[in-house]
Design a protein around this ligand. Structure first.
Ligand SMILES: Nc1ncnc2c1ncn2[C@@H]1O[C@H](COP(=O)(O)OP(=O)(O)OP(=O)(O)O)[C@@H](O)[C@H]1O
Ligand SMILES: [Mg+2]
Length: 465
């Protein structure tokens, strides 16, 4: 740890001219990756070098957590602020093809949000915007590309893409410097001593960056292979499709108890008890345990999916569109059930949906996602009071109104980013426009949105009079 700090200090004091040159090269090489520089500050203190020790198998849970805390990345400030889950600059890319036809799909591109203990956080967006991918990354079904995820202060996932790129670009920059110095020497612009001195400085600078980044990558890998399984058990996910997510060849009992078996609970009698308890919790009966998924209705299957998550006694539940495959009457039942469970078990929830009407009353805070990015994030009331982003407005305009007279007048707003945003001069960033209300915008847009807030407030005042 001390060594790395020393190395980092040395790095900072290295030549300023080199830094300026670096910046130019960065811009030339990949414009998009400049966005990553946002992560730079955060990632700088992200990782410290791992010690050689490994966790002993035979330590109890508390001791294991203490042990992990001392070896892996842990952020006390999340615990102090009651933040149960923190997603920081999460990126999840998928690669396809090979050779020249290889391309990358940016399913999730730089999203950050935090969920407090007992909170219900809604993630809303159109199909394919990366909601499920976010949920799956949290439960570690994917190795995340970049960014980090913290649960109860422990880092449960991190990606090393940024660090790998830093190493790659450092090598490129070093090679460019060597070439530049050789050129200067050839043209007699510098003496041999100056050349050697500058070359040695550049080498030390590059070596130090590479050393630090390699240590950080090592730490990410170390953390990744030492995530506490008991901690991960607290996070459960209700999967999107109630039909496909249940294996048709397994009985309900096997489906629900599978997680327990994987976690090392092999006592059949105990497991059966837990299965029955979970079934009863979701309003099903013991007899259903021996039946197969195809023998149930859609709503019942969704309940089985919920029971499968509940049997693990979760503290954090990710509900991936748990009601979108269901008809309206069953939707209300499932929402009520989740609401009851939330109070009963003190759960924190990440509720994924594709329309705002579902999350309006159920969630405390809502994040609106579009094409892998969060475009607006606010408390539920605030979002409905001041919907600012054109995509949020578009989602709101899609909600049918209960009154047939006003429903007739409802105008559907179509969101076309190319028409409404001009990001050619200035790129957007997530800004806190009102306390707790974040929006993806650039400076001219921020001014526009501020005016809109004033107008909305005036309108509200006039309506209330
Ligand atoms: N395992 C995977 N491999 C490759 N691409 C994937 C994978 N999972 C998701 N994607 C792609 O990532 C993008 C986001 O998918 P995701 O399932 O997260 O969307 P979603 O917001 O949950 O959509 P929906 O509302 O339809 O469920 C899609 O374009 C999808 O094709
Ligand atoms: Mg999905």
């Amino acid at each position: 740890m001390e060594n790395i700090e020393r190395e980092e200090k040395k790095l900072k004091s290295s030549k300023k001219s080199l830094l300026a040159k670096d910046q130019e090269l960065y811009q030339e090489m990949e414009e998009n990756d400049l966005k990553i520089s946002k992560e730079k500050d955060e990632e700088q203190d992200e990782h410290f070098p791992p010690s050689e020790d490994i966790l002993k198998d035979e330590v109890d849970h508390e001791k294991a957590l203490e042990h992990i805390k001392s070896k892996c990345k842990f952020k006390q400030e999340y615990v102090d602020n009651n933040i149960v889950l923190s997603v920081n600059h999460l990126k999840q890319y998928f690669s396809f093809g090979s050779g020249i036809s290889k391309y990358k799909l940016k399913a999730v591109h730089d999203i950050s949000f935090q969920i407090k203990e007992g909170e219900c956080f809604g993630l809303v967006g159109e199909s394919g915007c990366g909601k499920t991918t976010t949920g799956r990354s949290i439960i570690r079904l994917y190795n995340i590309t970049s960014g980090s995820i913290y649960y109860k202060g422990y880092r449960i996932g991190a990606g090393s893409r940024w660090n790998e790129k830093e190493i790659k670009y450092t090598k490129i920059r070093y090679k460019a410097k060597v070439k530049e110095l050789a050129e200067k020497l050839k043209n007699n612009e510098i003496s041999k001593e100056e050349h050697d001195k500058e070359l040695a400085e550049a080498k030390t600078y590059a070596d130090n960056i590479i050393k630090v980044q390699k240590a950080k990558i090592k730490q990410i890998k170390y953390d990744d292979s030492h995530v506490d399984p008991n901690l991960m058990r607290e996070i459960q996910m209700i999967f999107q499709d109630p039909i496909d997510s249940l294996d048709p060849r397994m009985t309900v009992e096997t489906i629900i108890s599978e997680g327990l078996q994987i976690q090392g609970f092999h006592n059949k009698v105990e497991n059966h008890k837990k299965v029955v308890e979970a079934l009863e919790r979701v309003g099903l009966i013991e007899d259903y345990a021996n039946r197969y998924p195809h023998e149930f209705s859609g709503g019942q299957r969704q309940r089985i999916g919920i029971a499968r998550a509940l049997v693990m006694n979760p503290k954090f539940l990710i509900c991936d569109e748990p009601i979108s495959a269901l008809d309206v009457s069953i939707r209300a039942q499932i929402i009520n059930l989740l609401n009851d469970l939330k109070d009963e078990m003190g759960l924190s929830l990440l509720f994924i949906a594709h329309d705002l009407s579902v999350v309006k009353y159920f969630c405390d805070r809502i994040a609106v996602m579009y094409f892998g990015e969060i475009v607006e994030l606010a408390s539920s009331d605030e979002l409905f009071k001041h919907p600012l982003h054109p995509y949020t407005k578009s989602l709101l305009s899609a909600i049918p109104k209960p009154n047939p007279l006003t429903e007739k007048e409802r105008v559907r707003i179509v969101y076309n980013p190319r028409e409404v945003h001009d990001y050619s001069k200035e790129k957007p960033r997530l800004v806190e426009i009102l306390p707790g209300h974040f929006i993806l915008a650039n400076n001219p847009e921020i001014e526009k949105y501020k005016k809109e807030i004033e107008e909305l407030d005036l309108k509200l005042e006039a309506d209330n009079k």
